[in-house]
Design a protein around this ligand. Structure first.
Ligand code: M6R
Length: 308
């Protein structure tokens, strides 16, 4: 494949398969509160983690951007578990945030022997292989696998539903018509992405992929929240990407003559849908970047890892 981003998107089924063949367990008992620290795409994985820890394991969970935690450190109880999520393991903001934490700490990282692994009580590797494209793709879905595994372990529930995910991703990649959709967006400057529930984080992640890979001003919103002001932005020049069933918000958006691109609800329980809803958004960011002749693996102004 011509670009690392596309190659890494296509590696996701195998990365997930291998992670599912590995069992993980955490070395801490009596966790009554979870804090998550991360940046960028890893922060979006953290939002999905929050959803799972609260809704599946019933453990109150806070998520904070590592850079913001300097101004508002997360509160800790005596049984708090802090999880830092970082593809590289070298992100300066996440390392600085972690150094102020008193509670037990886990790092979820792809960076073998990276700085963060030296600072935490336990490291869980995403084992995704090196990710060369600046835009994180396979490391994001690998982070998700681990967060699902942790949440189900804390809930003392079996996790079998992810077994079919790799082949379902392969089907999406095989029947990929995203290049056609990308053509309709070639001259689009502004774009909205909406989702709800667990897919709100995927709306944020899709918008981030589109921003960094295609330089489109893309904003992600929770579908219900979008009605409380941002909907005033819409006109026929601002397409909306709707992830899954976003209910009445979609009717309100259509009433504005706004072009709508729907990412269908996958035929699996919604709780597990992020693995499938994120793929078309990753592909769209890739295809649109190629159409715009952007150096997709090395977009302007950013580096793979922000170490200062
Ligand atoms: O290595 P990290 O996961 O800590 O990096 C965090 C962000 O800098 C990173 O996710 C960034 O947002 C990516 N370029 C997103 O594709």
């Amino acid at each position: 494949m011509t670009h690392f981003m596309l190659k890494e998107i296509h590696e996701q089924p195998d990365v997930i398969r291998e992670l599912l063949d590995r069992s993980i367990s955490i070395a801490f008992e009596k966790v009554d509160h979870i804090n998550i620290l991360a940046c960028g795409t890893s922060l979006h994985a953290g939002l999905i983690g929050q959803f799972l820890f609260e809704q599946v394991a019933k453990i109150p969970t806070q998520v904070r951007s590592s850079s913001e935690s300097r101004f508002a450190p997360l509160l800790e109880t005596s049984n708090t578990l802090t999880i830092s999520i970082t593809q590289s393991g070298e992100t300066a903001d996440t390392i600085a945030a972690l150094k102020t934490v008193q509670s037990k700490q886990i790092a979820i990282t792809n960076g073998i022997d990276s700085t963060i692994t030296k600072l935490v009580d336990q490291t869980i590797y995403t084992n995704a292989g090196e990710e060369k494209s600046v835009a994180a793709t396979k490391t994001f879905t690998a982070q998700l696998v681990i967060l699902y595994q942790l949440a189900f372990e804390l809930a003392q529930k079996q996790l079998t539903e992810l077994r079919l995910i790799p082949q379902q991703i392969e089907a999406i990649l095989r029947n990929n018509t995203i290049a056609e959709i990308a053509k309709t967006l070639e001259n689009t400057r502004d774009l909205i992405v909406i989702g709800s529930g667990i897919n709100t984080a995927i709306a944020l992640e899709g918008a981030l992929k589109l921003k960094e890979a295609t330089y489109t001003h893309a904003e992600g919103y929770a579908a219900g929240e979008f009605l409380h002001g941002p909907i005033a932005l819409l006109d026929s020049q601002i397409p909306t990407i709707a992830i899954g069933n976003v209910g009445k918000t979609l009717d309100r958006i259509r009433a504005n003559q706004t072009p709508v691109i729907e990412i269908p609800t996958p035929a699996i329980p919604e709780l597990f849908s992020p693995f499938l809803t994120v793929i078309p958004l990753q592909l769209l960011a890739y295809e649109l970047a190629i159409l715009r002749k952007i150096d997709v693996d090395r977009p302007r102004n950013i580096t793979k890892s922000l170490t200062t």
